[in-house]
Design a binder for this molecule. Structure first.
Ligand code: PGA
Ligand code: ZN
Length: 421
């Protein structure tokens, strides 16, 4: 008997993300009663080229951030089109939604509507076949756990402190397994809290669960992380390397870059030099969005210069927005050598996988990522394993929307270890 997971119903509802902002949850129900759910996350330092998150901007509710229009789109247009279709054909499900939307930026139906349904369809398909989600998406080759890039100090648009760099991350590159790396990261996070307390600095948290103290400068932030690594009994440079997400698109001010909090300005050339100096002084292995999303020339210059001095990962987030066309442009011009994968930047799972395939073809490393406004949906944990992503960004080991992904990855690791033992 050939199997067909026929879609009987598609429903959406408004739920809340980790900032108390509404977002879309979708549920796909199959004829045999099997269901799958998906929730769309939401960014704060959103790239200009991301697919559009549809919001009820003219409503007085939730300050105009409601998503009732997106929900209506799921319950009417999208549901009407998908009912009776086979959920196992994820590509067709996603293609139909993209066609129905009909715009290049998903502004008609909303990328938040599309992604919630796309994730829900994948989960329904996996449940229908009785497979774990990561294996349903990635098949038998899905077997590698990502290394966590843990964002333990928050700045930029994610915190009300005086740091302009958005994320200071710990990368446990020396750890022998995912769960050991996670443990190491938790221990350093705890040590960092102790150091901040001792210094009389704030231990309040930013949007991704990292601490958000006011500090003298970015160098002090880096030095605090290194001190915490040592206090916890690890070696900076071998056990742990550091990663930064600058989110410099938010610094662009005409031809120059202006740090919004400190008010310091750089020309693109000066900013490139600044990053090269910082990489030379500290054990940094990865720099994300060190330049703005339209500064292809700056990206090319920095990528070329860093290549000459070491093996650095230069990651495009707002630059590529998980979209194949922008990644191709970057690869052709020598801009960066890695890409952030955030499914809601493009709108569907199939388009996300298409971008991941291209990244592998052009030799760019993949970093699967959460959003600063996230939820209990741990979809990206399964996604990261399904594509054998070398890295995942899902915040500090704090707050349940971040921990949900870490916990899911531990469960997947255990399952894979059992299978491969
Ligand atoms: P965002 O931040 O989710 O607010 O866009 C995450 C990132 O820039 O990587
Ligand atoms: Zn980023």
């Amino acid at each position: 008997m050939l199997k067909q997971g026929i879609i009987q119903d598609v429903r959406a509802r408004q739920v809340l993300d980790s900032r108390g902002t509404p977002t879309v949850e979708a549920c796909v129900t199959l004829e045999n009663g099997v269901q799958g759910r998906g929730i769309c996350p939401s960014g704060a330092s959103t790239g200009a080229y991301e697919a559009v998150e549809l919001r009820d901007s003219n409503s007085g509710k939730y300050g105009g951030y409601g998503v009732q229009h997106a929900i209506t789109n799921v319950n009417t247009v999208i549901a009407g089109e998908l009912m009776g279709k086979n959920v196992l054909d994820q590509q067709s499900v996603d293609d139909r939604m993209v066609q129905l939307d009909g715009t290049s930026d998903k502004s008609n139906l909303g990328a938040n509507a599309l992604l919630a349904v796309s994730i829900a369809a994948a989960r329904a398909g996996a449940a229908f076949l009785g497979e774990p989600l990561y294996r349903y998406i990635g098949g038998i080759s899905a077997r590698r756990l990502p290394i966590p890039m843990m964002n333990v100090l928050n700045g930029g648009a994610h915190a009300a402190n005086n740091l302009d760099i958005q994320e200071f991350m710990l990368v446990p590159l020396g750890a022998p397994s995912f769960h050991e790396g996670l443990r190491w990261g938790c221990e350093v996070y705890r040590a960092l809290r102790g150091i901040l307390r001792e210094k009389g600095l704030s231990v309040s948290l930013g949007d991704e669960g990292g601490f958000a103290p006011d500090l003298k400068n970015d160098e002090e932030a880096i030095e605090l992380l290194l001190q915490a690594v040592e206090t916890a009994g690890y070696k900076p440079g071998t056990d742990f390397l550091l990663a930064l997400d600058v989110a410099a698109a938010g610094w662009q001010n005409g031809e120059e870059y202006r740090m919004p909090k400190r008010g310091v300005s750089y020309t693109p050339g000066e900013l490139v030099k600044h990053w090269i100096n910082l990489c030379a002084r500290y054990p940094i292995c990865s720099l994300e969005d060190p330049l703005g999303e339209d500064d292809w020339a700056g990206w090319k210059k920095l990528t070329g210069e860093l290549k000459n001095i070491g093996n650095y990962q230069i990651v495009g987030d707002d630059l590529f927005v998980t979209q194949a066309a922008r990644l191709r442009q970057g690869a052709e011009n020598g801009c960066g050598n890695a890409i952030i994968i955030k499914p809601n930047q493009v709108g569907t799972l199939s388009e996300t996988l298409q971008t991941v395939r291209l990244a592998k073809q052009v030799g760019y490393r993949v970093v699967v990522s959460h959003r600063s406004g996230d939820t209990e949906d741990a979809f990206i944990a399964d996604l990261a394993v399904s594509v054998n992503a070398p890295f995942i960004k899902t915040g500090a080991p704090a707050r349940s929307e971040r921990i949900a992904k870490y916990n899911r990855l531990c469960a997947i690791e255990e399952e894979l270890m059992y299978i491969h033992s």
